[in-house]
Structure formats: structure tokens, C-alpha cells
Design a protein around this ligand. Structure first.
Ligand SMILES: *Cc1c(COP(=O)(O)O)cnc(C)c1O
Length: 391
């Protein structure tokens, strides 16, 4: 059978075939789950690795299983290399530790994922790194915030829980002009709906826990880099020793095969529900960049090729009591963190640590993850919540 290059096929064809070649392992469709610390060398010269290099040297450095998922992510991202780490949060902390030193300055978007902020405010600050937050709508205006020691501009678009859209190409241009690299937490869009490296981002981060995993049963992070940043990222990964376990890597590769069709469904259901929510009594606003009413919609349409299944609603007036009434009345939506799985979830949104991107909002903010259930059932559940919130 002839080898096929999948780089020019449709995305679902690619998702079905990228990563591993079945004929490399007796024709089995899926790669083996390799459990490994030790890898034996054929002789002492290969163990020294100076002249003759072995393909695999130790469990922390990679196995046929991690190689399959890493290759698949590289094929989707167009990256020079990808590291696999034990969680989405580690996919944020490892590249930051790899690229920042004492005395450096980092600009972080104010609508960043909460635990990223905690890491920056505690560990990065303790290590002597100057942390500054910026308005998600800053665009090219980031040039004014750049300092001679700015090494990283950290982006996340749309923003966590409030879904502001960033002008990534404008930020990239200004950051590069000032000598900084751009990292992006691209978890929301996945590489299917936003091609971060094509937009000039240097290092792209995914909580593979979300859509790639897709079943609320696995934690994994991926970090991919362009050619200029790959070696430094790879060295940070090897130095820190934060490698993902084989079962988790395998589960994410398994999830990736169906991510395209799952995302189509998440996208369609979430947009349908978001449009419907805009007309419901008790809802002041729907924070979904795919809606024409969203302030970032024009940039969203320019840069993204699709939207995923998570967005927020702002209740019309009231506070935590109304939000709690909404959440407690839900029967299908679970109350719980994370997202990207098959099931619908809702969580209260807290914005007290924000410095810029904190509203004002008309009432309590609630984040909804729209799962794969039938839309009519989900609407009925949300209606129960809204009725309870109206009291
Ligand atoms: C969930 C999430 C993470 C962290 O992923 P975990 O695997 O849960 O650690 C990072 N960034 C964003 C935007 C997320 O939503």
C-alpha cells in the first residue's frame, strides 16, 4: 500500500489518519500504549549517544505513543515540535518557565485562565519576573506597553469566562517588533478553528483535557512551537521532567479521531442555544463571539474558522442569589469545572481578580458548556434555570 500525505486533505480525513502509520506496527490501526522508563541500547556506543543516536533513549524523552500524538498535533498546528505534559495547566507553566528569566517582563491578557494568573502572581513573581496584565481589546496598542525587557506576550482568545476576542495578528506584530515572543492559550478554538502559528504566534498551548480528550476522563496538555522556539521549549520539557503518562496520551489520540465531528455538533448546538438565549427574559447579554451582537465578532470572523461549545450569559440584574437559583434548578447541566466533554455543564463566574476585563455586567455571569445532548432538552433545562433566577 502506498504511503499517503494527508497535508492537503480535509480536516476530518486528517484527524482520522495523522500521527501514526499502522504499518509501522504490524498494521494495527492504533499505536501501542508503550509503558516505559528504560530503553535498551544495542551497544555502549549508542548509549553514549555521541556518534550513533538511538531513536528512543528513555521514557521521559518520548515513546512511539507520545510520538504518535505529538506528530498528530504538529500536523494540525503546522508546528516544528510538540511536547505533551500532564495537564493543561502544565502546558501553560512549562513554556513560561522555559522562556522567562529573573529580570524579564511578561504581558499577560487580563481575561486569562484563572490558574495561569495564579501561577504568574505567585511563582513567576517570586522568581523575579515582572508580571503586567493588559486589556484583551488592546490590539496593536500593546506596543505602548512593551518594555526593553519584555520577553513574552501571553494571549488567550477568546478570554476565559468572558470571551473577549483579541486581535492576535496586531499583537504579534507589535510584540515581535519589540523583541518578544507570543504565546497563546488556544484551548477554546482548538487548532481546527484557529491556526495560531499561521497568525504569527510562536508557542501555542492546549488543554487537551477539553475537546481533544472529549470525555471528561483525562488530563493532558500540549505545547507546540514554531522552528525558532522549538529547541528552547523542548529543552525546558526535558529539564523539568514533566512528561505525560502513556494512557493519557493514548486516550487523547483516541479522542482526536472524532474531535472534528464532535466540534461540529458542539458549535451548532451552542450557537443555536446562544441565539435563543438572546431572546429569553432574564438574560441581559450572551457572551459568544460567534454572535453578530458580540463586540469582537468582526475580528472573530476574520481570524477564526469556527466556534466551539462554551460561552457565558449575563443575567438581567440580581447577584449571586439569582445565579445560585439558576444553577440549582438545572437537571441536565451539571455544575462543575472543565469543559469539552460530551455532557453539558454550568458554573458561576467570579471576576474579582481581574484588573481590566471585569465588566460592568448587568448581573451575575454564568458559563455554559454545551454538550452533545439534544438541543431541545438543553433549552428546557436552561428555561428551568431562568425561571428560578427570576424567582
Ligand atoms: C482548562 C483549561 C486549562 C487547564 O487545563 P487542565 O488540563 O484542566 O489543567 C488551561 N487553559 C484553559 C483556557 C482552560 O480552559
Amino acid at each position: 500500500m502506498a504511503k499517503r500525505d494527508y497535508s492537503n486533505t480535509g480536516v476530518n480525513t486528517r484527524l482520522a489518519h495523522i500521527g501514526n502509520d499502522p504499518h509501522d506496527f504490524h498494521g494495527f490501526v492504533n499505536p501501542p500504549v508503550v509503558h516505559a522508563s528504560t530503553v535498551l541500547f544495542p551497544n555502549a556506543e549508542t548509549a553514549l549517544g555521541r556518534v550513533v543516536k538511538a531513536k528512543y533513549v528513555y521514557g521521559t524523552h518520548g515513546t512511539p505513543t507520545t510520538e504518535a500524538l505529538g506528530n498528530a498535533i504538529d500536523a494540525l498546528e503546522g508546528s516544528a515540535g510538540t511536547i505533551l505534559v500532564p495537564s493543561g495547566l502544565a502546558a501553560v507553566t512549562v513554556p513560561l518557565l522555559g522562556f522567562l528569566s529573573a529580570g524579564d517582563h511578561i504581558l499577560i491578557v487580563d481575561s486569562v485562565y484563572g490558574p495561569t494568573r495564579r501561577f504568574a502572581d505567585t511563582m513567576l513573581t517570586r522568581l523575579g519576573i515582572e508580571v503586567q496584565y493588559y486589556d484583551p481589546l488592546v490590539g496593536g496598542g500593546i506596543a505602548k506597553l512593551m518594555k526593553p525587557n519584555t520577553k513574552v506576550v501571553f494571549t488567550e482568545s477568546p478570554g476565559s469566562v468572558t470571551f473577549e476576542i483579541q486581535d492576535i495578528p496586531a499583537i504579534v506584530e507589535a510584540a515581535h517588533a519589540g523583541g518578544a515572543i507570543v504565546m497563546m492559550d488556544n484551548t477554546w478554538a482548538t487548532p481546527l478553528y484557529f491556526k495560531a502559528l499561521d497568525h504569527g504566534v510562536d508557542v501555542t498551548i492546549h488543554a487537551a483535557t477539553k475537546y481533544p480528550g472529549g470525555h471528561s476522563d483525562v488530563l493532558l496538555g500540549t505545547v507546540s512551537a514554531n522552528a525558532a522556539c522549538w529547541e528552547r521549549l523542548h529543552q525546558a520539557y526535558l529539564t523539568l521532567g514533566v512528561c505525560a503518562g502513556p494512557e493519557q496520551v493514548y486516550q487523547v489520540l483516541r479522542g482526536l479521531r472524532t474531535m472534528g465531528v464532535r466540534l461540529e455538533r458542539h458549535q451548532k448546538s451552542a450557537l443555536d442555544i446562544a441565539r435563543w438565549l438572546e431572546k429569553q427574559p432574564g438574560v441581559a447579554r450572551v457572551l459568544h463571539p460567534g454572535l453578530e451582537s458580540h463586540p469582537g465578532h468582526a475580528i472573530f470572523k476574520r481570524d477564526f474558522s469556527g466556534s466551539s461549545g462554551i460561552f457565558s450569559i449575563v443575567l438581567a440584574g440580581g447577584g449571586q442569589t439569582q445565579a445560585n437559583a439558576f444553577l440549582n434548578a438545572l437537571e441536565i447541566f451539571g455544575i462543575g469545572y472543565s469543559w469539552g466533554g460530551f455532557e453539558s455543564l454550568a458554573v458561576p463566574v467570579v471576576l474579582t481578580d481581574r484588573t481590566v476585563a471585569k465588566g460592568p455586567y448587568e448581573g451575575a455571569v454564568i458559563r455554559l458548556q454545551i454538550g452533545l445532548e439534544d438541543v431541545e432538552d438543553l433549552k428546557a433545562d436552561i428555561s428551568r434555570g431562568l425561571a428560578a433566577a427570576r424567582g
